[in-house]
Design a binder for this molecule. Structure first.
Ligand SMILES: [Zn+2]
Length: 147
């Protein structure tokens, strides 16, 4: 890591701390002795979500995880399991040729995963995601599950 003050190529790590998903390093230049901070974070998945009204927003893993977590509340689904669902959904998205994906399709991918994981979580997620037009549609979905 190059020193940001004098350009010297050698720095030593004075302090290292993990914050959430990134690692913060306090570095000291071996030449000018000045200190600076660097952050290291895993490369995020570069996906753009296309919403129903065709607005676009960058995909946020945290947002997706939160939605699934809410659906899984008080269900026998571990945090690891939720992480796995998120990872699976991301992988399915990455397999597509386009970096853009309609939000609806993301929802469908999650629902498919939840359906085979926990039916209650699935119904909760689906009811929020699809914002069922009316109660009949909702009941139809529940009936379909019982088959
Ligand atoms: Zn320096």
């Amino acid at each position: 890591m190059k020193c940001i003050y004098c350009g010297n190529r050698e720095t030593r790590v004075a302090d290292k701390r993990d914050i959430k998903d990134s690692t913060r390093r306090r570095r000291e230049c071996t030449k000018c002795r000045k200190r600076f901070t660097t952050y290291e974070a895993p490369e995020s998945v570069n996906i753009t979500i296309v919403k129903k009204d065709s607005r676009r927003e960058p995909y946020q893993r945290e947002k997706l995880t939160k939605g699934i977590r809410i659906a899984c509340q008080k269900r026998p689904i571990s945090a690891d399991r939720i992480e796995k669902i998120v990872a699976d959904v991301e992988n399915s998205i990455k397999e597509r040729k386009s970096n853009e994906i309609p939000s609806q399709m993301v929802g469908e991918l999650v629902m498919k995963k939840l359906k085979s994981t926990d039916k209650v979580a699935y119904i909760r997620f689906a009811s929020v995601y699809r914002s069922f037009e009316d109660i009949n549609e909702f009941e139809k979905e529940v009936r379909a599950l019982k088959k």
